[in-house]
Write a protein that binds this ligand. Structure first.
Ligand code: GDP
Length: 461
């Protein structure tokens, strides 16, 4: 491992009360000492804080506080110093320039965390969890990221892996004694273990759907004929959220999404760009456009104006959008204008015509009636995805793929046992399963995977 000394701004790049620059590596203390005459750093104990001036030669750059973390009790396990300065981007730039002049180099994206991983301080899934914690935007994503940071998934996997490893050793022993036709590994015990592993892997794999909802939010498409009340509903949904609503501009104006937070989960309202602005304009939303939106969605909220008489176009539109895994919520809106009899009748029409399960809600977006019912329906979609007893939730695509490959490998091992295939082949399949399980924690890894993971980090992490 190359322990040259790296430095980077760890806080956001912009004006703040304070900023922090991190320095880590063999020469971290020397590099900082050259610009910090106030104290002899190497005489100071670990985990102490020191006040003084940060100098460029004779010039005072800023008044700073240094936190010392001596090897191996630091994040990277190397000598590390954190310099807290007054949060001006200009001061940050000056301090970094001086540190580089003193012998450090700028850290690459994720390099501090990469060192923590390579030096054995954290495993790979924990390194990934750090990126997830930083990226978390709501309670649910923060919670799963923290549980992963604490080693959640690795603990579960490593128990299974250790059990499997015992069998691998026994099977390999059999290979050494191949001529004597002995069985050290009890095949029925192996079968029991394989079943246990299979169950665990399946439940982890299933949790990915929920994990995905946590990490990427649940995509919702609001569709309906012109004037059905879509933009009014959008406003009603986002009303209390105004302060935390964020618009994510995609590559084209068409993909603007607004985020609705409900019970700690994010709902992405897909492509609402046109909705608010075309308030007065009657803009027909074509079937093609509706289809594109719904294709990206987990939930379709279809708005039908309860005050109208003919629903054949609505029914046709819904029918053309249906998909097996799509949750459909039909909202009869403008109920302030009609009697309960009318909206019961509307429900009956949809129930008799639509060949797909759906929830039916009556709302008035204008008068803010029953909007909470719609919000509850949205939340219940995510609640249902929550895997029962499994408190570990997979949110990471790489883990998901590794789990799936492990499951395939376990199936092959099972086949090998059932059909009493040669011990060599059994050993091969077992090793294969072990390898895929090990990919999650990084016990088995390659440079390409590492490069891919750490390049997505920000500099300074
Ligand atoms: P969009 O074309 O689907 O986005 O429909 P709008 O939200 O622009 O609404 C069309 C018209 O219906 C506007 O004049 C709204 O004020 C009205 N509207 C929308 N929702 C309701 C409702 O719940 N009750 C009543 N009475 N009018 C509504």
């Amino acid at each position: 491992m190359n322990n040259d000394t790296i430095c980077a701004l760890a806080t956001a790049n912009g004006v703040g009360a304070l900023g922090i620059i991190r320095v880590s590596g063999n020469e971290a203390l020397n590099v900082v000492q050259k610009s910090f005459p106030s104290k002899k750093l190497e005489k100071q104990p670990s985990h102490t804080i020191h006040y003084g001036y940060f100098m460029d030669g004779d010039e005072v750059i800023d008044e700073v506080m240094l936190s010392l973390f001596l090897a191996p009790k630091s994040f990277t396990t190397e000598n590390s110093v954190e310099i807290a300065f007054h949060g001006s981007p200009h001061i940050a730039k000056r301090i970094l320039e001086v540190l580089i002049k003193n012998g450090a180099r700028m850290a690459k994206a994720g390099e501090f965390t990469l060192r923590a991983f390579i030096n054995g301080r954290i495993d790979l899934s924990q390194a990934e969890a750090i990126a997830d914690v930083i990226a978390s935007e709501n309670e649910a994503s923060r919670k799963v990221a923290i549980s992963q940071l604490k080693g959640g998934i690795t603990n579960e996997i490593s128990i299974l892996r250790t059990d499997l490893l015992n069998f691998v050793s026994l099977i390999e022993l059999e290979l050494d004694f191949a001529e004597e036709d002995v069985e050290f590994a009890d095949r029925s015990a192996l079968n029991i273990l394989l079943k246990k592993i299979e169950l665990k892997l399946n439940s982890l794999i299933e949790s990915f759907q929920y994990g995905n909802a946590i990490k990427n939010g649940t995509a919702v498409a609001i569709i309906g004929k012109p004037n059905a009340g879509k933009s009014t509903l959008l406003n009603a949904l986002l009303k209390e959220e105004r302060a935390i609503v964020s618009s994510i501009a995609g590559t084209t104006r068409d993909t603007i999404e607004e985020i609705l937070h409900l019970k700690g989960h994010a709902f992405r309202l897909i492509d609402t760009a046109g909705l608010r602005e075309t308030q007065d304009e009657i803009e027909a939303i074509g079937v093609k456009k509706a289809k594109e939106k719904v294709e990206k969605a987990n939930i379709l909220v279809y708005l039908a104006d309860a005050a109208t008489e003919d629903f054949s176009e609505d029914i046709e539109m819904i029918a053309s959008l249906l998909r097996e895994d799509l949750k459909v919520i039909i909202c009869a809106t403008k109920i302030d204008e009609v009697s309960p009899d009318k909206y019961n009748q509307v429900e009956n029409i949809f129930r008799s015509e639509i060949n797909h399960s759906f929830d039916f809600i009556t709302i008035s977006a204008l008068e803010n009636q029953n909007i909470q019912d719609l919000k509850n329906e949205l939340s219940s979609y995510v609640e249902q995805l929550k895997a029962g007893e499994n408190n570990i939730v997979i949110t990471n695509q790489r883990h998901y793929e590794a789990l799936q490959k492990s499951l395939d490998a376990v199936h092959k091992v099972k086949e090998a046992v059932t059909f009493q295939i040669s011990t060599e082949l059994l050993a091969y399949e077992l090793r294969n399963a072990l390898e895929h399980l090990g990919e999650i924690s990084g016990e088995v890894t390659n440079d390409e995977v590492l490069g891919n993971i750490f390049s997505k980090f920000c500099i300074g992490k």
